[in-house]
Design a protein around this ligand. Structure first.
Ligand code: FAD
Ligand code: DHB
Length: 391
């Protein structure tokens, strides 16, 4: 088998890359570890930045998104039992965020790739990357019970935070910067109309909580729990009780409850691999960097990376230029470190930390009050949240 670009992983990064390359007449094959059914139903992110939506529109894959998404012009911060609105659109010259589930993005991209004759091999296992430092790398993998070898010009490692691509870079060729947090998010999807029109981020003495949504009938909610917390300790009643406490306000706002149809726990970490390339291997998305989810940046960064990579590969195939490929990592890392800082800062401001005398809690409340009363402070949060145009 031969292709121009071998793409490892059919998440938002790998699928978007495959589509952008197709639009430029560049061939790719996507290898995905899991089944189509599995990845089309894996519930994760839900907030798309303006730039992400604009890219999907210009790439012609936003038909269903435009019909079904929810556009939001603000978010709310809840602390000391009061909700405060950050008017994102007003503060950013008209930009907005879009609520549309990541699994819907994945479904749309898979459909568009397959309709255009694109090749996605699901349930491809034992993926091994070979000869990455030469001009003709190879990918060996098992599919349909047999071992195959895919020859290519480039390999795009888009296989997420638990992928294998990164492990084929020799030790010492990259640096990894990492921070683990002592907490995780327990997330639920519930068949209940959202009790809010906009996303609510809550700082509460019992821990962080977040009220988001997927549609007028589906709520998406999260609570901070200790790292390594077993899901069995959280029967549905306990989750609702905790959400009621942490999202409680003095103005009588109440949650809408309903059957929980999905429940999972995600540990939180920050991680950056530098550089994001080795020979003919280019890492993109969670395979190269992880952010804690508080800033809603992960999916958006993944899409931003592959936009840069698609442009660089196009310049290589069309004009024989390698300068954009050489600069890939440096170009992406500017946006990535900005998002790393923003996500770390939002996480710090909103979660409960080890804090014996309440010093950190007082700093958090002071910072939250500042963000909610100073237009300049609110604008700084807003422009990072909707996504910076230039970094
Ligand atoms: P992934 O989506 O992880 O895709 C990688 C793919 O590679 C997967 O399909 C995987 O099965 C496959 N794979 C793995 N190993 C192999 C292998 N060896 N061979 C072949 N394939 C392999 N981000 C936001 O922007 N906004 C949000 O609101 C947001 N909220 C989040 C909430 C939660 C609870 C979580 C967990 C994450 C959230 N994120 C959010 C982050 C976002 O989901 C990720 O950043 C995003 O999935 C990254 O996309 P990706 O394509 O890089 O990686
Ligand atoms: C959602 C996820 C996030 O990480 C976030 O910051 C806001 C909303 C969501 O899943 O809707």
């Amino acid at each position: 088998m031969r292709t121009q670009v071998a793409i490892i992983g059919a998440g938002p990064a790998g699928l978007t890359l495959s589509h952008l390359l197709y639009l430029q007449g560049i061939e790719s094959v996507v290898l995905e570890l899991r089944s189509r059914e599995y990845i089309e139903h894996r519930v994760r992110a839900g907030v798309l930045e303006q730039g992400t939506v604009d890219l999907f529109r210009s790439a012609g894959v936003a038909d269903r998104l435009d019909r079904e998404c929810l556009v939001h012009h603000g978010i709310e911060l809840l602390f000391e039992r009061r909700r405060h609105r950050i008017p994102l659109t007003e503060l950013t010259g008209g930009r907005a965020i879009t609520i549309y589930g990541q699994q819907e993005v994945v479904k749309d991209l898979i459909r568009h790739r397959l309709e255009a004759g694109g090749q996605i091999l699901f349930e491809a296992t034992e993926t091994t990357l070979l000869d990455l430092h030469t001009s003709s790398p190879r990918v060996r993998f098992r599919h349909g019970g047999e071992i195959h070898e895919l020859q290519c010009d480039f390999v795009a490692g888009c296989d997420g935070g638990h992928g294998v691509s990164r492990t084929f870079i020799p030790p010492g060729a990259v640096s990894v910067y990492e921070k683990l947090y002592p907490f995780a998010w327990l997330g639920i999807l519930a068949e209940a109309p959202p009790a809010t029109d906009e996303i609510v981020y809550a700082n509460h003495e019992r821990g962080f909580a977040l009220h988001s949504m997927r549609s007028p009938r589906l709520s998406r909610l999260y609570i901070q729990v200790p790292r390594d917390e077993p899901l069995e300790r959280w029967p549905d009643d306990r989750i609702w009780e905790e959400l009621r406490l942490r999202l409680g306000t003095d103005d009588g706002w109440t949650l809408n409850e309903g059957p929980i149809i999905e429940k999972s726990i995600t540990a939180m970490r920050s991680l950056v691999t530098e550089p994001m390339q080795y020979g003919r291997l280019f890492l993109a998305g969670d395979a190269a960097h992880i952010v804690p989810p508080t800033g809603a940046k992960g999916l958006n960064l993944a899409v931003a990376d592959v936009r840069v990579l698609a442009e660089a590969l196009t310049a290589w195939y069309r004009e024989g230029r390698d300068d954009l490929l050489a600069a890939y990592s440096t170009t992406c890392l500017r946006r990535i470190w900005r998002a790393e800082h923003f996500s770390w800062w939002m996480t710090w401001m909103l979660h409960r930390h080890e804090d014996e005398d309440g010093f950190l809690q007082r700093l958090q409340i002071s910072q939250l009050r500042y963000v909610c009363t100073s237009r300049v402070a609110a604008a700084s949060l807003a422009e990072n949240y909707v996504g910076l145009e230039t970094v």
